[in-house]
Design a protein around this ligand. Structure first.
Ligand SMILES: [Zn+2]
Ligand SMILES: [Zn+2]
Length: 249
């Protein structure tokens, strides 16, 4: 009896340590709305950000949150006097449901994602690993965008008068990308903030954590200052913080 209690005690402690470790890796969500100037706004959709970027005749979205009704995004558009039809394009950072789910609410807007993540978005492949499978169960229930197309092969995409640079950052998913506009890097889950520093994607939600880390090295030569990411919001002086993180890890 006593032995059994000791074993149960050890198991409970190990589970608690494991849960604490997972929790420490989880990104902490930022404020509901973030204004970056120039009309660029981050909208927290429950726990992931969509970013609204003004374009020539409407707006472009970077990601669209988890919620298939995109209620938070539509409310943010309404505050600008815009309806859902003002969304000219959706640039998806990667094929996880918490980033593309809301695209279904904008059926007229073409949605772009890296070719390597399109099978994930369409639900044709599963996310690897045990925790990936759990997350994948949630993601796979998300409808793919009505007008889904692969990103162009080149290093840029031009939508409604704005040109974004595309930076491939595989690792969190095979087709994770960031979009650079001016000094703002829309990084999805590939690079986020933590306290006064930055963090890589959580390893247990990534398809290849080592590759995700290697992808961060690529960002050293990219001239960004603000990291507008998928879960923690905006990181200012983001390039300097990334350099410091890579030096010290
Ligand atoms: Zn993700
Ligand atoms: Zn995410």
């Amino acid at each position: 009896m006593k032995k059994a209690l000791i074993v149960i005690g050890i198991v409970v402690v190990l589970l608690a340590l494991g849960a604490a470790k997972l929790y420490r890796q989880m990104p902490q969500k930022g404020p509901p709305l973030i204004d970056l100037g120039g009309g660029i706004q981050g909208v927290l959709c429950r726990f992931s950000y969509a970013w609204i970027v003004p374009s020539d005749t409407g707006v472009v979205l970077i990601d669209a949150g988890l919620d298939e009704t995109a209620a938070d995004i539509r409310a943010a558009l309404q505050r600008r006097g815009l309806g859902p039809e003002a969304v000219r394009a959706i640039l998806i950072t990667h094929g996880h449901g918490d980033h593309f789910g809301g695209a279904a609410a904008f059926p007229d807007a073409p949605a772009f994602a890296h070719r390597a993540d399109i099978p994930l978005i369409r639900g044709e492949v599963k996310r690897p690993g045990f925790i990936g499978a759990i997350f994948g169960k949630i993601s796979s229930r998300k409808k793919p965008p009505a007008r889904l197309a692969p990103l162009p092969e080149g290093a840029e995409i031009a939508v409604d008068g704005i040109t974004f640079r595309i930076i491939g950052l595989p690792g969190h998913s095979p087709g994770s990308v960031a979009y650079l506009l001016g000094d703002v890097l829309f990084s999805g889950d590939a690079l986020m903030g933590r306290g006064d520093s930055v963090m890589p994607p959580t390893s247990f939600t990534s398809s290849d954590p080592d590759q995700a880390m290697a992808s961060l090295e690529k960002l050293r030569t990219v001239p960004f200052r603000i990291i507008a990411n998928g879960h923690t919001g905006a990181v200012f002086e983001g390039h300097a913080k990334l350099e410091a993180y890579l030096r010290n890890r």
